[in-house]
Design a protein around this ligand. Structure first.
Ligand code: G4P
Length: 531
């Protein structure tokens, strides 16, 4: 199969949701329906549980498993599906945002009783920013939830996206009877507890089948028919181009736990979700079908095996073909590198891969030369866009508790922040180390990992800032004045770019008024032009 055919048959996407809406369950069911796993429960164990905030050992254990499930690939009807896992916990939002830069589309899961939630909104903002095509799965129809029409209206209003239903629920809550496929005009009946695909297919029936009334009951049937008619009046006919541009989201109803409505998602997904798209770099647009290989790192797991200090870097292939053992050019280090142990992730196992194509995400074992945002190519200098650092909102100073271990602490802080877990800023005088995160949980994880992986003990002293913002100015004199006058609120990130620690949003406004030429940035990418 040639490069073009390989590209065409790939679908790389992420399932996103507010925690508890059913992301893990849907992921698992897609794997099950795709034939990649045979029993339910395989993905479930990957989840960082909500109760685990103080249970670090549990996090560690799960981290090990989550390496294997960071990406899950399988073939379904000749389509290669790559699902990228995103952590559900809000404190890992940054990791999720970065993962979203490596996908070509997303499936958003909504809890039918809760509708749009905080995380749903945030994640969708990122998708809208990048015009990522979105499919929506409204889950838990077997529970008492909101009215489907109301939910669709809420989605449109709150997420600023047009929607059109592809399936419709027959009954809901305790009366939930199945899911009607608006295009195929057939119905998939609600079959709790069944996980066998052939059993499910047998229960998909024609809407005009008289046996249907008997099964769903005359009331639910007439309500279904009436509502389907309303949907044709209320919603514009589906236009694939609008979906691909990120303006229109097809909506599916169902119950992931009970396998209902999942097949509709999978079938429609492989048919219309986009294959790998062009990637934007600072230098130029890179097409996936270009013969020369290029790819970038968007995620790193450090210390997979504490005895070997190795890490796994996750790379998305953007163009050409990745080949194991071939020399590739590391743009940042300006040197050639060879990767002999590249891994692919089939369902929940890891194995060596010799070749990878655009859209694929592979794991590269590495001893420290790869960082988030790094590009590999066949020689061309490329820096891919979309792997930004976000303005941290929680800042703490690292205080060494054991002077004899300062080297270990230094190394640990550097490596863990390379992993993207948090950001490191250095402040003078004294080279003070300040760690910035978007969530509390990262601090606990960092402290725990510093101790267990590097043998370094530290305290993380809270600082009274609400934001660390990068800043630039076109007027060197004003920039210098600001740097001098506000020195005690300024530190430098790993690339030596200055950040301003703000004690309140109000201060930022005051500074903006006092130094009009200054631009404050919420992501490092919005100003940093890598060379
Ligand atoms: P998440 O990854 O988005 O956080 O959600 P997850 O799939 O873990 O689902 C959250 C909870 O919702 C789980 O229950 C799961 O069983 C349940 N759930 C998922 N889909 C459905 C559905 O279609 N109907 C109903 N009624 N429940 C659903 P839990 O009790 O928190 O976990 P567990 O003990 O089942 O593992």
């Amino acid at each position: 199969m040639g490069l073009n055919d390989e590209i065409k048959r790939r679908r790389t996407f992420a399932i996103i949701s507010h925690p508890d809406a059913g992301k893990t369950t849907l992921t698992e069911k897609l794997l099950l329906f795709g034939g990649a796993i045979h029993v339910a429960g395989a993905v479930r164990s990957n989840k960082i549980r909500k109760t685990a905030t103080s249970d670090f050992l549990e996090i560690e254990k799960q981290r090990g498993i989550s390496v294997a499930t960071s990406v899950m690939s399988f073939d379904y009807k000749d389509i290669k599906i790559n699902i990228l896992d995103t952590p559900g916990h809000k404190d890992f939002a940054e990791d999720t945002y970065r993962t979203l830069t490596a996908v070509d589309s997303v499936i958003l899961v909504i809890d039918s009783a809760k509708g749009v939630e905080v995380q749903t909104r945030r994640l969708m903002e990122v998708c809208r920013m990048r015009a990522t095509p979105v499919m929506i799965f409204i889950n838990k129809m077997d529970r008492e939830g909101k009215d489907p029409f109301e939910l669709l209206e809420e989605l449109e209003k709150e997420l600023n996206i047009a929607v059109t239903p592809f399936t419709w629920p027959a009954g809901r809550g305790s009366d939930f009877k199945g899911v009607y496929n608006i295009f195929k005009k057939n119905i998939q009946l609600y079959t709790p507890e069944k996980s066998n695909l052939s059993e499910l297919l047998m229960e998909t029936g024609d809407i005009s089948d008289p046996a249907l009334e008997e099964y769903v009951g005359p009331e639910t049937l007439s309500q279904l028919l009436e509502e389907i008619e309303m949907t044709t009046d209320l919603y514009e006919p589906f236009q694939k181009s609008l979906y691909l541009e990120g303006y229109l989201a097809p909506v599916f109803f169902g119950s992931a736990l009970n396998n209902t409505g999942v097949l509709e998602v999978l079938e429609n997904f492989i048919e219309m979700a986009p294959s790998p798209k062009k990637s934007e770099s600072y230098e130029r647009i890179v097409r996936p079908d270009e013969p020369d290989f290029s790819g970038y790192i968007f995620k790193i797991h450090a210390n997979l095996d504490p005895r070997h200090r190795n890490r796994m870097a996750f790379m998305r292939v953007c163009s050409g073909i990745f080949e194991r053992n071939k020399l590739f050019y590391h743009t940042r280090l300006k040197k050639k590198m060879r990767f002999s142990s590249s891994a692919e992730f089939i369902a929940n196992t890891r194995s060596t891969i010799d070749e990878a194509y655009p859209g694929d995400v592979i794991g590269l074992y590495d001893t420290g030369s790869l960082k988030i945002g790094d590009t590999l190519s066949e020689g061309e200098v490329l820096n891919f866009k979309g792997v930004p650092n976000f303005a941290p909102e929680l800042l703490r100073e690292v205080i060494n508790r054991d002077p004899s271990k300062s080297k270990q602490l230094e190394k640990g802080v550097r490596q863990l922040t390379d992993e993207g877990l948090a950001q490191l800023f250095l402040q003078q005088p004294g080279n003070r180390k300040i760690i910035g995160t978007v969530g509390e949980l990262q601090f606990d994880v960092i402290k725990f990992r510093l101790e267990h992986e590097y043998g370094a003990l530290c305290d993380l002293r809270p600082l009274p800032y609400v934001k660390a913002l990068w800043f630039t100015s076109e007027k060197p004199s004003e920039l210098n004045e600001f740097l001098n006058r506000k020195a005690s609120f300024i530190a430098y990130d790993k690339e030596n770019a200055p950040v301003f620690f703000a004690e309140s949003d109000w201060i930022i406004k005051v500074m903006q008024d006092a130094y009009p030429s200054l631009s404050f940035h919420k992501t490092s990418e919005s100003f940093r032009i890598t060379s």
